[in-house]
Design a binder for this molecule. Structure first.
Ligand SMILES: *Cc1c(COP(=O)(O)O)cnc(C)c1O
Length: 380
């Protein structure tokens, strides 16, 4: 890029490629067909921006949208998005009626939630669309197997009474091992039989997230819930790259060099002097820190792309900035920095940062902070 382009670019930003969202969704939808796809856009679309990503995912062929909280669903409805939409993690005092009035499908993880949703539906004279969740072994939310028969029986009665419609039955995989996945698929199958015996005829049965959708065909059922894959980040943590999965990273975290200095051997860098120069070298200052979601755990470990090469972070990541060693190469204030993006460009990936910080790519993108503006490219 030319110097004048660089000068117009802000200090720090996350560039979100909506074209990559569309392509990733289309590729994933083709891979799992005939199963439908739900684009999971919880947590502000894993830090990418819920509304623009939801629109791009629908344009790419997603059939459903999924979020954790009802408030996240309201944000999408408030933006005029009217696609099928499921929210599955509820505050004990959640306001279900406004969600039902906005055609937000509700995940149900207990008999108490089922009754509260049926009451809320009656109070606004609507039929609530629910997806009953069975705990098949993740031990988070979901109805425990020993209570499932009672919940599906009660749901069938509430359906007959006209208060709810059981649109879906679902569960969530632990992705612990192939054997564990198979056991969960079998537990889900048993739950489906019990629901059928109780008289339920759901439209969508769904179990798999990105990892299961790609590697466990038996887990696809009618619908897969795809989160991390639509952001172009591999789910597996085993070194499989996005490119090998036919996916393109959506977020590029970039900035501009804020300062450059030449230092002598022995010079200590950043708080606590965890690193000292061993030779004369040039240091570049990157204006992002842990306030922006850069993990302090990546101090001295992660790399960034500056002046045509990957360069190591030296010393501790601070709240607003960190330092990179560029050796004897020529770097100027204002030069482009890519913290992570598409590795095809030479930059590190979000997964590389996850490895460096002892976490996963999911956490890296999701924690990028509010001080980092998101800029959308690749069309609406
Ligand atoms: C977050 C989430 C997903 C998406 O998982 P990925 O691994 O990002 O594909 C799917 N289902 C549920 C219930 C979730 O909470």
């Amino acid at each position: 890029m030319s110097g004048s382009d660089a000068a117009e670019r802000p200090f720090r930003e996350a560039v979100v490629d909506l074209g990559a969202v569309r392509e990733n969704v289309a590729a994933l939808a083709a891979a799992v067909a005939p199963a439908q796809t739900m684009a999971v856009v919880k947590a502000n679309a894993y830090g990418h921006g819920a509304v623009p990503v939801a629109r791009a995912a629908l344009a790419g062929g997603a059939d459903w949208l999924g979020v954790a909280d009802i408030d996240e669903a309201h944000e999408l409805r408030g933006a005029g998005i009217d696609a099928p939409l499921l929210a599955w993690l509820h505050d004990p005092g959640a306001a279900f009626a406004p969600a039902i009035e906005r055609d937000i499908d509700l995940g149900v993880s207990s008999l108490g939630q089922l009754e509260a949703i049926a009451d809320a539906a009656a109070s606004v004279d609507r039929i609530a669309a629910v997806h009953l969740k069975l705990d098949t072994g993740l031990s988070r939310s979901g109805v425990a197997p020993e209570h499932w028969a009672a919940v599906v029986a009660r749901a069938a009665r509430l359906e007959q009474a006209g208060h709810i419609h059981v649109r879906g039955l679902f569960s969530h995989l632990a992705n612990a091992s192939p054997d564990d996945d198979v056991r969960q698929v079998e537990a889900f199958d048993r739950g489906l039989v019990q629901a059928s015996t109780a008289g339920l005829r759901p439209e969508v049965r769904h179990l798999a997230s990105t990892a299961g959708a790609l590697r466990v065909p038996a887990a696809r059922f009618d619908l897969v819930r795809i989160g991390i894959g639509i952001y172009g980040i591999p789910p597996f943590g085993d070194g499989t790259t996005a490119a090998e999965l036919g996916l393109r990273p959506v977020m590029t975290l970039r900035g501009r060099v804020a300062a450059v200095r030449r230092v002598e051997p022995g010079t200590g860098v950043s708080y606590g002097y965890t690193w000292r120069a061993e030779r004369p070298t040039t240091l570049a200052l990157v204006p992002l820190g842990y306030a922006d979601g850069i993990p302090r755990h990546a101090s001295g470990r992660a790399e960034v792309w500056i002046a045509g090469a990957r360069r190591p972070i030296v010393g501790r990541v601070a709240m607003d900035q960190f330092v990179v060693d560029v050796g004897d190469d020529h770097v100027e204030t204002g030069d482009e920095i890519v913290l992570f993006g598409d590795p095809a460009t030479g930059a590190p990936s979000a997964d590389d940062w996850g490895d460096a910080a002892g976490t996963i790519g999911y956490e890296i993108v999701t924690r990028i902070g509010p001080r980092v503006p998101r800029r959308y490219v690749g069309g609406a």
